[in-house]
Design a protein around this ligand. Structure first.
Ligand SMILES: [Zn+2]
Length: 73
């Protein structure tokens, strides 16, 4: 289950909570459901890892035919 961070719009409290699908998270302080969802640390890390690496300059792939011989460059 993912952990999400929320900031309560009513009292300003920030908290993390496990969110089951279909469940509505509540502020632990005032029980408000008026919450701003924030990106969790875990979600941010996963997103950055999903970014594909930039291809290197031609010749960096090690094709035996030499730079420019492979189909990618
Ligand atoms: Zn609150």
């Amino acid at each position: 289950m993912p952990i999400f961070e929320y900031a309560c719009q009513d009292c300003g409290r920030e908290f993390e909570t496990l969110v089951r699908s279909g469940a509505v998270p509540q502020c632990p302080q005032c029980q408000s459901t008026q919450l701003n969802k924030r990106l969790s640390v875990f979600a941010t890390a996963a997103a950055s890892e999903a970014v594909p690496a930039m291809p290197g300059p031609c010749g960096s792939c090690g094709h035996p035919g030499g730079p420019g011989s492979c189909s990618l460059h």
